[in-house]
Design a protein around this ligand. Structure first.
Ligand SMILES: [Cu+2]
Length: 494
């Protein structure tokens, strides 16, 4: 088969160069739109907000640095797009903790297709502590033993082009799930490894698929960092759930494997997550194998797993100055019994009823998921802490507050609290969610509470330094949802 028609950044045929940046050293990136006809033109749905049939031949682009504490004019706002022949210069101040950021396209209504075509890349931010060099004071693997892995799922036609099946009601599909695992742009790849410890910088760069990873040798591995930086201490895992947009900084030890051993990175998550069909026979599209590691005879990097990871431990944020309630709502076509769209706060993208947090304050956001699926919720600009999750009585809440739930019946704002409907006890976040995050799983039937510092001076210990005011967005990182209204503007105000 020929290569699939794809897009890339910076001359790459797919994805883009890994950008290595350092805290305290600002950089500029000039993005020039040289895109030709869209490889996924057939999947453009001009009925979605922002999308237009001209995107097939003259595609819009917008560059977003995911997880970046970025000034508003350089954040890659979905409506701040530029056409072929035009460009835009982005300023990244790089004033935040070392971590694995990533850049990807964010053009309104076609983000899912631009990212699928290949518009994504790594942005490894280093600092004086997590230097990325072999003499780093933490004792982490570096050089050839630090490997970025962006995990995506794709589907191909018989002539090798990327496929994107249409949805049941319109061209837009409620979620894309592929049957081929693509890692760093290669289908079901193999990586030859030495007998030693590796640091894998993992991005879930899939459109909609949530993974529940494990290793075929069933050995534990260690998560040392999340979206926004290192955890306080390594967390030993045998399973790792990772939703679209989330990152995991992992240590995997191959030093106890015999030469010639093949270890497969596998996945048990159903799609949609967490309650989709688990087998193809039941209509599901599971993706059981992701990639393979082949262990060689050479001895690699063989220190112990570090006991602690940070120069200064993460401390809980102080009490919030404001509590906001936010809802995730699915709008169904009642006749077809198929999803039409999902909304935040039961409001459309072009609403004026937006959240306006005050700069340098801490807020608590209670995200009330009334839908049947997990949605990875991403806030631009900030890194936040996960406080708790708690079940609530979804039907009672909807009947009380969203009786006229439907396409044209938008919700009241501010969103009503779900507190009277809470059941059971609140649960702490998973151990590997104990660090700074910018994308977090909101599970069905749960209220997810996060603590968000809207500025570098909001509290002691905030992992970023700048206090920007201006226009940003928050959204579901299932790209099909984001492209169809599950995204809202928000504004940090002085
Ligand atoms: Cu969603």
């Amino acid at each position: 088969m020929p290569n699939a028609p794809t897009w890339g950044y910076g001359g790459a045929s797919y994805l883009g160069p890994t950008i290595s940046a350092k805290r305290g050293v600002p950089i500029e990136i000039n993005a020039q739109n040289d895109l030709g006809p869209h490889p996924l033109a057939f999947a453009i749905d001009p009925t979605l907000h922002g999308a237009m049939s001209e995107d097939a031949t003259s595609p819009r682009a917008s560059l977003h640095l995911h997880g970046g504490n970025t000034e508003p004019g350089s954040d890659g706002h979905p409506e701040d797009t530029f056409l072929p022949g035009d460009g835009k210069t982005y300023h990244y101040v790089n004033d935040q903790e070392a971590t694995n950021l990533w850049y990807h396209d964010h053009a309104l209504g076609i983000t899912r297709l631009n990212v699928m075509a290949g518009l994504a890349g790594f942005y490894l931010l280093r600092d004086d502590w997590d230097t990325g060099t072999s003499d780093n004071p933490i004792g982490l693997p570096a050089g050839q033993y630090e490997v970025p892995l962006v995990i995506q799922d794709r589907m191909f036609t018989e002539d090798g082009a990327m496929d994107y099946p249409a949805g049941p009601l319109k061209i837009w599909s409620p979620e894309f799930f592929g049957d081929v695992a693509v890692v760093n742009g290669k289908a079901f790849p193999n990586l030859d490894v030495d007998r030693g410890l590796y640091r894998f910088r993992v991005i879930n760069g899939s459109n909609a698929r949530v993974y529940n990873f494990y290793l075929s040798n069933n050995r534990p591995f260690f998560q040392i960092g999340g979206d926004g930086g290192l955890l306080n201490a390594p967390v030993s895992l045998t399973r790792l759930i990772l939703a679209p947009g989330e990152r995991a900084d992992l240590l995997i030890d191959f030093s106890n494997e015999a030469s010639g051993t093949k270890v497969i990175l596998k996945n048990t998550a159903p799609a949609p997550f967490p309650d989709g069909p688990r087998s193809e026979r039941k209509g599901g599209l599971p993706l059981k194998e992701i990639m393979q590691f082949t262990v060689g005879s050479a001895l690699g990097f063989t220190p112990l797993i570090p006991a602690s990871l940070r120069a200064t431990p993460i401390i809980p944020l102080p009490a919030p100055v404001k509590v906001r309630n936010l809802s995730l709502v699915e709008i169904m076509d009642m006749e077809a019994d198929e999803p039409l769209m999902a909304l935040l706060n039961n409001l459309p993208w072009d609403t004026n009823e937006i959240e306006q947090p005050k700069v340098d304050t801490v807020e608590r956001w209670n995200i009330i998921n009334t839908t049947g699926d997990t949605h990875p919720i991403h806030l631009h600009l900030v890194q936040f802490q996960v406080l708790s999750r708690q079940k609530f009585r979804v039907e009672d809440y909807l009947e009380t507050h969203y009786e006229d739930l439907g396409h044209d019946a938008y919700g009241s704002h501010p969103v009503p609290s779900a507190d009277p409907f809470l059941i059971g006890r609140s649960r702490k976040p998973d151990a590997n969610e104990g660090g700074w995050k910018d994308t977090v799983r909101a599970n069905p039937g749960e209220v997810l509470s996060i603590m968000v510092p809207f500025g570098g001076k909001a509290a002691p210990g905030v992992p970023f330094g700048q206090s920007f005011v201006g226009d940003y967005v928050w959204h579901c990182h299932i790209l099909e949802h984001e492209d169809n209204e599950m995204m809202l503007p928000y504004q940090v105000v002085a």
